[in-house]
Design a protein around this ligand. Sequence first.
Ligand code: SF4
Length: 764
Amino acid sequence: MDETQPTKQPETAPESPYRREFLWAMGGLGAATAAALAGWGSLELMVPAGTADDWHKSTCRFCGNGCTIRVGMRDGAIVDIRGHESGHNQGVICVKGSMLRALPHIEGRLTKPMIRNNGRMVEASWDEALDLVAGKFKEVRDAHGPDALAFYGSGQLYTEESYTANKLFKAGLRTNNVDGNPRLCMASAAAGYVSVFGKDEPPGSYEDIDHADLFFIFGANPYECHPPLFERIQRRKALHREAFIICVDPRRSETAKRSDLHLPVVPGTDLLLLNAMAQVILHDGLADLAFIDKHLAFQNAGQSADLAAFRTFLQDYTPEKVEARLGIGADLIRHVAHRFARARASMSLWTMGVNQRTQGTALNIMLNTLHLLTGQICRPGATPFSVTGQPNACGGVRDTGSLSHLLPNGRLVANAEHRAEVEKLWGVPAGTISPKPGHHAVELFRAMEDGRVKAALIMCTNPAQSMPDSDRYTAAMAKCFTVVSEIVADSETAKTASVLLPAALWVEKEGVLGQGERRYQLVEKLLDPPGEARSDLWILVELAKRLGHGDLIKAQTAAEVWEEWRHFSAHSYYNFEGMTRDRLQREPGLQWPCPTEDHPGTVRRYVEGDDPFVSAGAGVQFYGRKDKRAMVSFCPYVPSPEQRSDERPLYLTTGRVLEQWHTGTMTQRIDELRGASGPARFIVSEVDARQRGVESGDLIAVASRFGEVVGRAVIDREMRPGLLFAAFYDAKLLVNRVVADHVDPVSREPEYKLTAVQFRKAEA
Ligand code: SF4
């Protein structure tokens, strides 16, 4: 059987599994598959609305895979979408990308500014809306200080937009209350990289998939969430028989079903596995001691340490000591550690199962550490790789420093030298940038709740659906003067707005997206936005003028901002000064560092001959830290604050499904995708369902100490007892209402993956 094709799972599949398989095949294999599938009777789905006579290189709007695409146009309309053969995705796109042509036409587009008046939203002109916003922001700042203002952005804004918002708020309005939804999905990955390498962003690339022979997929479900990436892994396996896939996931996900080895760890205990693997690697002589000696440093709780101390620390994590809590036998732990270390090239890939945890930073540090201990890094196929969820969380937010503790290119708000550098580059007086880090996402919404933040601009994101404990933070937004830039008038967040600003989306505006492998790609404007919708950059520029910061925000078009930003980057190791607009127009993306206009971009960081910052003769050099060594930190296992009990004996975990993206603001409005996924449901085990007299299709009430949500249950025979799963794309099953809002103490990322719950059968 071809393993790239999903098997039918009647218990777990949506209403039309046949249709779902078809759509997957369409997205995954493109038009070549169409003829073979024509007999399925769903041909109308893949027949373009018209035949394109004009093709444009572009980038998919949805996930962090950042697939390069070709947009087919005819008579000024998009009629076809194809994967771009020259892109890193090698022509492969998923079903969401294949349906992009429907995106500009989704129902409910917001086409005029709206202002709340006596509880009702009424249409306004742009001048009325922006004058109101600027007036209110000035009033709040004058009465309560700059930290009563905030910006909450998105890994979906274009780089030029995030950069401009960050500059306006930090150097213009003088508050560091700039955060955004990347805090919810990849702050732990960034914190892990910075802790280990001194700099954010991955050392390797997707291209490493073509060289790896062990894939260690940890807390990720790429079959559904990053299909071209998983298809590339499958292709590697087909061409290279020894390639082996290990999937670590408490849930038997679609990826786990297609892996060679699935490790169904007890939810929340996986740091025990990583520490135990490190213990085995050092104990069984699997470590690359020469690499360790040359390239690593050690620390324990901020104090300098050494390899001997690390070995001693790991004695608490021998396989025998962790197996009962982890739910994986000692022999199997040893087997996995040996496979990882002995493989010719091991590649780890992880996403939200690792990041959205109260020990997310520790998990990230240890995943990177396993590669360092074994020398499975800085070689083709040997690399740790945090896969990202949003199309521009890396380029737009992490790289521009658009989080509350950051400044551009890895600089820190709390570092006086960094502030001075940025002030000089932005041409503002010394002392302009506040030394106080702003509020991280959860704290920002708490500050709206208790009045510390009184006015906020929210752009290109839907926190009323995506925040954990979402009822609480939705109420907080409603208390505050919230200005929401949105594409539709009825997202959960739009419903709380004081002012709604109609936003252009995807190819209705121009900008650069930076995906998960340090690759920047240009999206050119191909369509006019509907009605009076405008780009978020235009909104920020107009607002800056009204706030008296027109001199600061001089760059007013995407091209002008990009010129400023690429020159700014030259003063850092994130250097992409060589990425001119012209090159981005011609080439299917470039990876930084890329310091000069003739530099080809960097596939593998920290490697001499590839990365321009590595000193001659060094071979490998972790130059992000002053001592040019990667740092291994001791990471003790700490159980999650959410523990199961008699009252709440199950864990709820959340995630995504193949056809839907994040809160569904876009994909839920595309008929084919909505029809293929069906409504969101709670996936429950047979045992848990039987104990409660629940059948597939029954309504169940799922309760945590944060709230209760009612939705339909689907029984999955492969679901482990004691675990429930629900995707968060469906506002009708707003699962984040019951999700815990505990955060990682370092990254401040919430622990979406673990909430103690109970469920019961509910009445219709
Ligand atoms: S949704 Fe992600 S994987 Fe699918 S086509 Fe778009 S970028 Fe690629």
